[in-house]
Design a protein around this ligand. Structure first.
Ligand code: PEP
Ligand code: MG
Length: 543
């Protein structure tokens, strides 16, 4: 057995095989082609190769996991021959005179979108299959080998680092744990791992060699170690630890349906942070009282092009309807810094964290912003949506946003399109917003304090830089004073205030936050019940 150590991002024990993540070479490019016949021949050859790969996988699975589990590879072979699918690829190649990779990717998006919206659960699940066969075809076409998820068995992903866009595209049911060589605990990839609630390590000294692929391993998320090729005795010990964890989880289940209230009666709302609709089930399973932060930018990161108003509307509407009357705070697009979207065509920057990001992009690309606002206002007719704007630094910005929001609503009204009037709030994540919080509170319905960025900007420490991890201290008294100041100013103007940065889940600070009068804490779904336990054990008076 070999032990490698790293830094813990999320606890838990995972036991399974390693899978070394091969970075996909950038996004699929749209390339103009001269000869569509030749391109279609290339596509046909790729199909044959993909079918051969699937046949091999079927035979292997049949031997190893039996006929029922192997059947999926047979279905994939049939899907490769689907008439509508092939017709769509051919149409795109011939009418747009573009490369087959692009035609396959567009077809996959359209078909997967269609399947995902179907009522029937079986049909819904076909969305993943269309993506799967399409990725295989693209991998063959572009000569990058087979895609990562070649087996149906869940694996421990080992990577140099993972971009948020890569993490978000992984099939979550197939990932037992993340182990990366680089990365920072404050990065969005780490945040996503927490949202998924699976063991995750960063800064791990594990070699990224092909030979590691398929080796049995154990990840101890809390202990910060990955054990490769463990012996039976050790495996038994870890299985025992896994069982203990399950017991703890079961104990927490008893808190479901209970109020988040202190011993002396102070109530606080415990909401969930999510990155996509897929996280809603985790939010509900963990009894979230609402969604405190829906990072809508992941919708943009998952797409190859700007998501349309209709696509966004469906996502926001589904979130609102699924949460059935509970508040769903959707944050408008917050790309920039580590969250990069190629199709925005943004120039590289010297200091991306201090650059064109979040609301600054929205206020300079108002057409993109208004598309999102229209989708949000329309969706809010179907549930309790609240809209939240990131990276605010001034009252003027908020007034400009309100003008644009008003414009979007006027347009909808003129068209006769139904829309709602959601609460509007801002993130307090820059020192400027804290200092202006009394004035800002007059402009909005609520605040949500983003401690990840507030720590970065208050301490002047890049949250992405792993070399600065020892200095990045979200519990720094300066940060805590800023939180207290924000809460006090908000309440002077009858504006409610929450925290949605990672610090909200820090149970050592729960009592302090409640004493400051924080009204809501929004955390990754897996942190809700431990936090409820802490709140219910806390007594504010007389301490
Ligand atoms: C924050 O900055 O605390 C926050 C919640 O936003 P993000 O982590 O997405 O920047
Ligand atoms: Mg932020």
């Amino acid at each position: 057995m070999t032990t490698y150590s790293g830094k813990s991002v999320f606890g838990g024990i995972a036991i399974g095989k390693l899978c070394v993540w091969q970075k996909k070479e950038s996004r699929i490019r749209r390339v103009r082609i001269e000869d569509p016949d030749e391109e279609m021949e290339r596509f046909e050859r790729a199909k044959k190769e993909a079918a051969a790969q699937l046949k091999d996988l079927y035979d292997k699975a049949l031997r190893e996991v039996g006929e029922v589990n192997a059947a999926i590879f047979e279905i994939h072979q049939m899907m490769l021959e689907d008439g509508d699918y092939n017709e769509s690829v051919e149409n795109i190649v011939r009418t747009q005179r573009v490369n087959a990779e692009y035609a396959v990717a567009s077809t996959a998006d359209n078909f997967a979108g269609m399947f995902a919206e179907m009522e029937d659960d079986y049909m819904k699940a076909r969305a993943a299959d269309v993506r799967d066969i399409s990725e295989r075809l693209i991998a063959v076409l572009s000569g990058t080998g087979s895609p990562v998820t070649v087996s149906d068995e869940p694996v421990i992903i080992v990577a140099d680092d993972l971009a948020p866009s890569e993490t978000v595209q992984l099939d979550k049911d197939k990932v037992l744990a993340f182990v990366t060589v680089h990365g920072s605990p404050n990065s969005h990839t780490a945040i996503l791992a927490r949202t998924m609630g699976i063991p995750a390590l960063i800064g791990t000294d594990i070699p990224l060699e092909r030979q590691m692929d398929g080796k049995p391993a154990v990840v101890d998320g809390a202990g910060g170690c990955v054990y490769v090729e463990p012996d039976e005795d050790f495996l038994d010990k870890m299985r025992e630890k896994q069982r203990e964890e399950l017991d703890r989880k079961e104990m927490l289940q008893t808190l479901k349906g209970k109020e988040s209230v202190t011993v002396d009666g102070k109530k606080v709302l415990l909401y969930a942070n999510i990155g996509s609709l897929r996280d809603l089930s985790a939010a509900m399973e963990n009894d979230a009282e609402g969604i405190g932060l829906f990072r809508s930018e992941f919708l943009y990161l998952e797409s190859e092009d700007f998501p349309t108003e209709e696509e966004q509307f469906l996502v926001y509407k589904t979130a609102a309807e699924t949460m059935a009357g509970k508040r769903v705070i959707i944050r408008t697009l917050d790309i920039g810094a580590d969250k990069k979207c190629d199709y925005f065509g943004l120039e590289p920057e010297e200091n991306p964290a201090l650059g064109l990001r979040g609301i600054r992009i929205c206020l300079t690309r108002t057409e993109v912003f208004k598309t999102q606002l229209r989708a949000l206002f329309r969706a809010s007719a179907f549930g309790k949506i609240a809209v939240m704007y990131p990276m605010i630094i001034s009252v003027e910005e908020v007034r400009r946003i309100k003008e644009l929001a008003e414009e979007a609503r006027r347009e909808l009204a003129a068209e006769g399109t139904p829309f709602g009037m959601p609460e509007q709030g801002i993130m307090i994540e820059t020192p400027a917003a804290v200092m202006m919080s009394r004035e800002l509170a007059k402009e909005v319905d609520f605040f949500s304090i983003g401690t990840n960025d507030l720590t970065q900007y208050t301490l002047a420490i890049d949250r992405q830089n792993p070399r600065l991890d020892a200095f990045y201290d979200p519990r720094h008294p300066a940060v805590l004073r800023m939180i207290a100041m924000t809460a006090a100013n908000a309440h002077l103007e009858n504006t409610w205030v929450g925290i949605c940065g990672e610090l909200a889940a820090d149970t050592e600070l729960t009592e302090a936050f409640l004493k400051m009068g924080i009204d809501e804490l929004s955390v990754s779904p897996g942190s809700i019940l431990p936090l409820r336990k802490k709140v219910r054990e806390t007594k504010l008076s007389g301490s």
